[in-house]
Design a protein around this ligand. Structure first.
Ligand code: WT7
Length: 654
């Protein structure tokens, strides 16, 4: 969030109460919401247990809701057994077998639909195919797919067999894919020949082959879905076509019942070191939290056509494309491509053509489309929309108002949803039939979610408007269980900072006099670039792996559309490049980072200097670098710097 946005957020006083028409039909009105808060406050674990009984189908019911004996490795519903795919498919078949579960629209405009019955059959065939490869419950499967229905099918087929999936975003590089496959120890990789994004081919199989060439010793088989028909490399014995694997399989497959704590998935995300963290999620608690938040925040109904633009490679694509929605028997749209393909009207055209009723996207997409003008949305019939949502980063009031006015025609609730890969489900958000909204605020914690703001010493900040660290003070069902293979890091990252008393989110926030939360941004070395989470250290290690780079320091800089952009300060092994030479090296380093991490991590700015500003103890002064990247005057005391003269150099253009 830029200083300007921050200022306008702090001055924001507009309020938008729910419209009576919405309240009248909403799943939760103010009275019912107040009832939920009361029940949750009276008995936190009992509140969740009650919901777990009504909203999840158990094979063996649980006897205890919350087990705190191994805190902070909390366990929920631990002796219950269930199957997540059964909950997302089988239990809907009697009433919703012919209802459309998934609508897939390709970037080129091809549309495919799957009813719950069809989806159940496809997933069963795929699960039987995977089982025929010898996979056992608990084995890991990495999924590296385009944003097409088959990506969701792959996830659900794993869930059906009790396999733990780890989806890797299709924009990540061979090296990133390899690191994730190796950390997870995956036996199978599911991918596609390719995909399409912004009119360009995405060469998934080629990147996957490169990843496998570099290592990935645990991978035995690669299942390849034919999406584009492009030419690809092939290794006999290892590579299998999806359609051939499924051809001989029966369209039913008994679900494997797993314990509630069984790891449904791992999802790698960035932290403050160079090594991504494998966030480990559970089956029972995760599913429950996904299902109820979809009801509370999206007010999901049987006749909705729901569209979330997030890729399945991110947690939003797990909880609010697949599990929360199919868990509720909803109709979900998946779009493969870019918002501006063939023009900036694509999102609105999709909403019109499919009669989308609920639309959930990221502030960065709203800002990008806002910039393209009102003609694009105005040319399309958006009258079926009834609810709008945002996620991934703070939304500036200006973008919120545009969304409200131009897309919502001043009539639709907007749910600004705060949560994280780690939290598994939405934590702080409006309930659209009950909570008045304020542009830029994610409003109040949901029932059963205990949030607070504390100072550096862990003391709750009580003054309205005072900032601090956002923490969660009680366990919740969808919370991460650990970091895959590194429980120490789980504890030291999320619990040690406040002596195991709170889960620390890594965000700073303040709360206003109405108890509304305003998220200010990350307090660690994590950037949100177009809503994507990246660690400054990851980008730094990618830069340093280039032969000419000796040292690098990366900071975020406010960006009008992306929210934040990457600014890198680089010290070369040889002389500091200048002029045309510097320009060439900038291009080379950007390409290098894309190669190492993925295109989303390419720095927007790279500046060369002969050294980095360090304290005498050798710590890089990031605050100073952030000020320089923003072009702000230096207010810090630079006299403690080991090399004060370097500051002038860092301020100069290459
Ligand atoms: C970080 C988590 C959760 C799905 C996608 C992102 C930021 C997320 C909001 C919001 C302000 C937000 C936070 C958070 N964030 N939603 N509504 N308002 N900031 O998941 O990649 O794990 O990132 O995204 O900084 O910590 P993620």
């Amino acid at each position: 969030m830029t200083e300007k946005d921050l200022e306008s957020v702090l001055k924001e006083t507009r309020q938008f109460p729910p419209k009576p028409e919405f309240v009248a039909q909403a799943r939760l009105n103010p009275d019912r919401l107040a009832g939920l808060y009361r029940t949750a406050e009276r008995d936190h674990a009992g509140f969740w247990a009650q919901l777990a009984h009504t909203e999840v189908s158990w094979h063996r019911p649980f006897s205890q809701a919350l087990d705190e004996s191994r805190a902070p490795n909390y366990r929920w519903f631990a002796d219950g057994t269930l199957n997540v795919a059964y909950n997302c498919l089988d239990r809907h078949l009697p009433a919703r077998g012919e209802k459309i579960a998934l609508i897939g629209e390709g970037e080129k405009g091809d549309v495919r639909t799957f009813t719950y019955k069809q989806l159940h059959a496809e997933i069963s065939k795929l699960a039987n195919g995977l089982r025929s490869l010898g996979l056992q419950p608990g084995d890991r499967v990495v999924i590296y797919m385009p944003m097409i229905p088959e990506a969701a099918m792959a996830m659900l087929a794993c869930a059906r067999l009790g396999l733990t999936h780890s989806v890797v975003f299709g924009g990540f590089s061979a090296q990133s894919l390899k690191d994730r496959i190796e950390d997870a120890g995956a036996r199978v990789l599911i991918t596609a020949d390719g995909g399409t994004r912004a009119g360009q081919g995405v060469e998934l199989k080629k990147v996957a082959d490169e990843a496998l060439e570099r290592g990935c010793q645990t991978v035995e088989k690669v299942v390849v879905y034919r999406r584009t028909g492009q030419r690809i490399g092939w290794q006999d014995g290892r590579d299998l076509w999806w359609h051939e694997l499924l051809a001989a399989q029966a369209p039913d497959c008994p679900p494997v019942w797993v314990e509630a704590e069984h790891p449904l998935f791992l999802l790698y995300t960035s932290g403050s070191t160079g090594k991504p963290k494998g966030i480990q999620h559970s089956s029972g608690g995760y599913l429950l939290n996904a299902i109820v938040t979809t009801q509370w925040v999206f007010d999901i109904r049987d006749d909705d056509v729901y569209w979330c633009t997030a890729d399945v490679g991110w947690v939003t694509g797990h909880t609010y494309v697949v599990y929360g929605l199919l868990g509720n028997g909803a109709t979900v749209l998946m779009y493969e491509g870019a918002p501006t393909q063939p023009d900036a009207g694509r999102f609105w055209k999709i909403c019109q053509n499919h009669g989308v009723t609920i639309f959930y996207t990221a502030p960065t997409a709203i800002r990008a489309l806002m910039k393209m003008g009102e003609d694009f949305p105005n040319r399309h019939d958006l009258s079926k929309l009834r609810l709008l949502g945002t996620v991934g980063e703070p939304i500036n009031p200006e973008a919120w108002m545009w969304y409200h006015r131009v897309i919502g025609k001043e009539n639709l609730p907007i749910v600004d949803t705060w949560w994280q890969t780690e939290t598994g489900a939405i934590m702080i958000a409006p309930v659209p039939g009950a909570t008045p909204t304020k542009p830029g605020s994610c409003t109040r914690p949901l029932p059963g979610i205990a949030a607070d703001i504390v100072d550096g010493a862990g003391r709750p900040v009580r003054d309205a408007g005072a900032g601090g660290h956002l923490v969660i003070t009680k366990p919740w069902p969808a919370m991460l269980r650990t970091l895959w293979g590194d429980n120490e890091r789980y504890i030291s990252t999320y619990w040690t900072p406040f002596k195991n008393r709170y889960y620390v989110a890594g965000d700073t926030a303040h709360r206003d006099a109405d108890g509304y939360y305003w998220i200010l941004g990350r307090s660690d070395d994590v950037l949100k670039v177009s809503g994507h989470r990246l660690g400054t250290m990851e980008v730094e290690s990618a830069l340093v792996s280039h032969p000419r780079v000796a040292e690098a320091a990366v900071v975020g800089r406010p960006h009008e559309i992306k929210g934040e952009s990457i600014f890198a300060f680089v010290v070369c092994r040889d002389a500091r490049p200048q002029g045309a030479e510097a320009e060439n090296l900038v291009g080379e380093l950007r390409a290098h980072v894309a190669q190492e991490l993925g295109a989303i991590a390419k720095p927007d700015d790279i500046r060369f200097a002969e050294g980095l500003p360090k304290t005498r103890s050798g710590k890089i002064m990031r605050r100073l670098l952030r000020a320089i990247a923003r072009g702000e005057p230096i207010t810090q005391d630079v006299s403690t710097l080991e090399n004060p003269a370097i500051v002038t150099q860092l301020q100069e253009k290459n």
